[in-house]
Design a protein around this ligand. Structure first.
Ligand SMILES: *Cc1c(COP(=O)(O)O)cnc(C)c1O
Length: 381
């Protein structure tokens, strides 16, 4: 395996050389909290204490760096732990963050309710409106925070152009790549400085692990983040790391099926009389379709739709699904349905990030698409 190997080859092998002592073909689950030293300070392979580093986490971090084409990956206890560590590493009291218009509700809450108490301010802006973005940037802006596709409106931001505008102002461009996954989109190759992941979603892929990650290109920033990862201690545990490594091995084949199913469902909903609007970047009339086609290698497995019957109809449909499970989260092999206004995005109510009440979001799984279509049909009847 080399750095130029294909994506699926790296997903299965990067950071995962067979164990030199035993030949294990799968990364071992290292549960030890401390490591024997050969004489005082004589660390084997650099391992000392498991918060600072353990070999299972190293495997995941090296794997993430390879897939995102960065220089370093860092694994955390959750996506929000990764975001918090990043913000507290690069911001200080008086710093300012520009945040894309419909960012993940938890990211908005972290900035508006937590970071704000420590003197870090933020401004929401439409990242696709260059004038609005430039207008929102201040001399103190340290970070432009971009999510694309967004949750739950599936808006698309042009990563390369947003990077240029952020860099003109001396700010870092952070891209939350949770929805696309590195299989479909690699923001660092388009000019982003930091990629954020909730590995809870597509990377883990089986709805059985909560985790987060950062991947960066710049060596100095990587060092600062690694220092804070250890100093702040929001690290992922070894079982979580192991599950994410295991999940990533099948990321490519899962994403292919997720998006094939999502495309079929989007077409079906488009022709449905109960549906007033379908939000899926793969549809040619989606406002972000051309940019998505340029910067992604596929359109992903997430889609949302609005119901002509309003909030009541949306709530009723959410509760009628039987194969799609009514639940928050996304990116697992099983299909999920949710009502963002009352569920994942309830904390954005009354803010600029509030989402429409007639909106239903689907995380399309990898089941047989005919079964998914039949469930959709009966839920909307
Ligand atoms: C879930 C999610 C997060 C937060 O990750 P956690 O693992 O739940 O802390 C951040 N961004 C996006 C886009 C998400 O979907």
């Amino acid at each position: 395996m080399s750095d130029s190997s294909g994506f699926d080859t790296r997903a299965i092998h990067a950071g995962q050389d067979p164990d030199p002592a035993t030949g294990d073909v799968v990364v071992p689950l290292h549960l030890a909290t401390t490591f024997k030293q050969d004489g005082v300070g004589g660390l084997r392979d650099g391992y000392e204490y498991a918060r600072s580093g353990n070999p299972t986490r190293t495997a995941l971090q090296d794997l993430l760096a390879s897939l995102e084409e960065g220089t370093a990956g860092l694994a955390f206890a959750s996506g929000l732990a990764a975001e918090d560590t990043l913000l507290r590493t690069v911001c200080r009291p008086g710093s300012h963050v520009v945040l894309g218009g419909d960012a993940y509700g938890g990211t908005f809450r972290l900035l508006s309710r937590v970071a704000s108490r420590w003197g870090v301010e933020h401004t929401p802006a439409d990242l696709n409106d260059a004038d609005a973005l430039r207008g929102a940037i201040r001399p103190e802006t340290r970070v432009v925070w971009c999510e694309t596709p967004t949750n739950p409106l599936l808006n698309i931001a042009d990563i390369a152009r947003t990077a240029e505008i952020a860099h003109e102002a001396g700010a870092l461009l952070v891209v939350d790549n949770t929805f696309a996954s590195p299989y479909l989109q690699r923001p660092l190759t388009l000019g982003a400085d930091v990629v954020v992941h909730s590995t809870t979603k597509y990377l883990g892929g089986h709805s059985d692990v909560v985790g987060g990650a950062l991947v960066v290109r710049d060596g100095d920033l990587a060092e600062q983040l690694a220092y804070h990862q250890n100093a702040m201690g929001a690290v992922s545990g070894p079982l979580s790391d192991w599950l994410v490594v295991r999940g990533i091995k099948t990321l490519g084949v899962r994403m292919d099926r997720h998006q094939a199913n999502a495309a079929r469902i989007a077409e079906h909903l488009l022709a449905h009389p109960a549906v007033s609007r379908v939000l899926y970047p793969g549809l040619p009339d989606h406002p972000g379709h051309d940019i998505a086609a340029k910067q992604m290698s596929g359109f992903g497995g997430m889609l949302s739709f609005r119901l002509a019957g309003g909030e009541e109809a949306a709530l009723r449909a959410c509760e009628r699904f039987t194969l799609f499970t009514l639940a928050e989260s996304l990116g697992g092999v099983e299909s999920l349905v949710e009502h963002p206004h009352r569920m994942t995005h309830a904390s954005a109510a009354g803010s600029p990030l509030e989402v429409p009440a007639d909106l239903v979001r689907l995380s399309v799984g990898i089941e047989d698409v005919d079964d998914l279509l039949a469930d959709l049909e009966q839920a909307l009847r």
